[in-house]
Design a protein around this ligand. Sequence first.
Ligand code: MRU
Length: 416
Amino acid sequence: MSTMCAYMPPNTTIRPSLIVYNSFEFRYFIKYLSSVMSIVFVRRFQTPKNIKFNISYFLFLNMTLNKNKEIKSLKTVEWKDNSLILIDQTKLPTKLVYTKCNDYIHVAKAIKDLVVRGAPAIGVAAAFGMALAAYNSKARSISSLSRDLDKAFEVIRSTRPTAVNLFWALDRVMKEGKKGKTVQEIKNLILNEARTMAEEDVENNRSMGAFGSNIISDGDVILTHCNAGSLATVAYGTALGVIRAAKESGKNIKVIATETRPVMQGARLTAFELHHDGIDVSLIPDTAVGHIMSKNKIKNIVVGADRVLKTGHVFNKIGTYQIALLAKAHKIPFYVVAPTSTFDLQNTPSDITIEERSREEVTTIGGKKIAPDGIGVFNPAFDMTPPELITGIITEKGILKHPFEKNIKKLKIGIN
Ligand code: MRU
């Protein structure tokens, strides 16, 4: 499968130059080439005495500037030049590759295949998918544009069933689009709403970080599961946003990331982004959680959520429930970090569909077969943690404590 062009329509040819350019290594090659050219320039115009100093100086300056630029430009979901640009998370941590989506079908496939994943990032990507559907529509009347939008809405909403942000985002842009009086106005309203949602996502993560960093003390070792970081949001992260905020406030903290079988979001994504940001992170097998807790090594647990019900039941990545049970047994505080866009006030636990993913995710690792053919496989992607195992739910409006049902009601959440 290609990199940049993974979501091109079937008959599109892929230019090898594009693919190569999008690999991390090639970009660095180009940058080093520019460093060498700077040195050649210096050699021509300096006296031999100064050459050594200038070479080292230019090399250092060029590499440092380029490295910083790379860190700042890491964006999970970005609307640029009328396209949606996504980091292809299936390629991390070995390659930092961006995928350009020019139509809603590409966006839907990217969500389904986990190119973009994590509840808030899925929601914002879906909203931009609707903007692509709107702008690509050739409709001249409002009724025919509505038909095109309804079709895109159905395709995108059928990609993943558990994270409520997907449905929340689609409903929100559709509701906004309905305010338009002309075809062009509807298109603009949908795109503007998607942009607003992307901005709000980062603001909400910052607020959750500010509230959440209060539960963390200097010297804490914090366990997190799956990836609820920048890569699961537009930027900054939910659970990892709390960790980032604690670190920014000067607390010396360490993070333990579970590998998160079968798709390895903890190993591939959480370890990648924390290490990238200079936050001390250690990776553990999922099976080591109980042992490490029993050794008094963990002070706090923070995880994200794909859906929080009005009763405080939390749906999150498979394995969250057993971590919460172990936390209770070892009296370790267990916090969920989720924006109110992840709250579902309509449904009860039995209404929620837990996504089941392919058997290959379990029977292979990195494309290598690790189990015999012909066996049964069960691969639920999420589980439900009941409220009694949760210490608090950190939202952008504050930290919810027990009784959750009563306190969630007080939040007065919008579109639900
Ligand atoms: O299957 P994924 O990778 O989309 O699952 C992601 C998670 O379960 C995250 O923990 C959750 O979405 C919270 S993200 C801020």
